[in-house]
Design a binder for this molecule. Structure first.
Ligand SMILES: C[S@@+](CC[C@H](N)C(=O)[O-])C[C@H]1O[C@@H](n2cnc3c(N)ncnc32)[C@H](O)[C@@H]1O
Length: 274
């Protein structure tokens, strides 16, 4: 539905992570270890890994949801964990598999949609890094938490990160258009770009919508969402889905040159009812 104002939690048919052209740009961004586009810079990734491994017994079985090209998964495998990585981007999974083979790492990479498809069971820990949880609608979050709960072993750990209110410092509402006479991140040929950024204050979420109009082709639309939370809000979300928050770390991200560094990492445990 192109001819409307962006509606809360509207989804687009096209998706940035699976689009044939954009996924190539994304992979390049993931693999640039100096910046924070698509994946965080390598120093932050290593610091995050050090924090994660304090929480999970060595030789444990870890599921990395939205593993991208496997930057965290490969570091965890090198530390001795048994790792499964799931990502919706075939391009990223193909790269991750190739890299694992080159490094002789046994990582179970799967191309799948973690909302719609099976994520497996028997994990000691599930991680989901770079604020991907907050990119889901509340319904999708509930579905995913249910699947993670089933996927974790008794006493299993869920670790993920979310934006805090500082996300709003970097954003303004926009309705704009521009003509790109060369290629851009969105399209390799000349194109018209329509952009909308909208803040849904009550739901504490930002919506981002880009429409690409390329000569001779139908318009393509890409919508994404980013929620932000207080500690109490994220604790509530988790408690309502059978998780107990053990710790919150607000200090892992020193800087971020792509999006907000106002992020908290949450370590939570699956609550098992008697
Ligand atoms: C911001 S990137 C983070 C990648 C990785 N966690 C990292 O920090 O390097 C988000 C990742 O989630 C994946 N993704 C988004 N929605 C997904 C879904 N429904 N199922 C599986 N993967 C998904 C994307 O393809 C992308 O690789």
């Amino acid at each position: 539905m192109l001819f409307n104002e962006l509606k809360l939690y509207q989804r687009s048919k096209d998706f940035i992570w699976t689009d044939e052209y954009i996924s190539e740009e994304m992979l390049e961004a993931h693999l640039n270890f100096d910046n924070d586009a698509a994946s965080r810079n390598i120093k932050t990734i290593e610091k995050t890994i050090d924090w994660i491994i304090e929480k999970i017994p060595r030789d444990g079985k870890i599921l990395d949801l939205g593993c991208g090209p496997g930057l965290y998964a490969s570091l965890l495998a090198k530390k001795g964990y048994s790792v499964t990585g799931i990502d919706i981007s075939q391009r990223s999974i193909t790269h991750a598999k190739k890299k694992a083979a080159e490094e002789n790492l046994q990582i179970d990479y799967r191309c799948a949609d973690y909302i719609k498809e099976d994520i497996g069971t028997g994990y000691d820990a599930v991680i989901c890094i770079y604020c991907d949880f907050g990119a889901l609608t509340p319904n999708e979050q509930l579905l995913l938490l249910k699947k993670i709960h089933c996927g974790l072993s008794e006493g299993g750990t869920l670790i993920f990160d979310v934006f805090k209110t500082g996300l709003c410092d970097n954003l303004v509402e926009i309705r704009d258009w521009s003509y790109m006479d060369g290629g851009s991140f969105w399209c390799e040929k000349p194109h018209l770009l329509l952009e909308e950024v909208k803040h849904f204050l009550v739901q504490k979420t930002w919506g981002f919508r880009t429409i690409v109009i390329e000569e001779g082709k139908g318009p393509r639309e890409y919508i994404t969402w980013d929620h932000y939370y207080t500690e109490d809000e994220i604790k509530n979300v988790l408690n309502n889905s059978g998780f107990h928050v053990l710790s919150i770390n607000n200090e892992l991200i020193a800087k971020n040159d792509f999006t907000s560094n106002d992020v908290m990492f949450i370590e939570s445990k699956k609550i098992v009812s008697d």
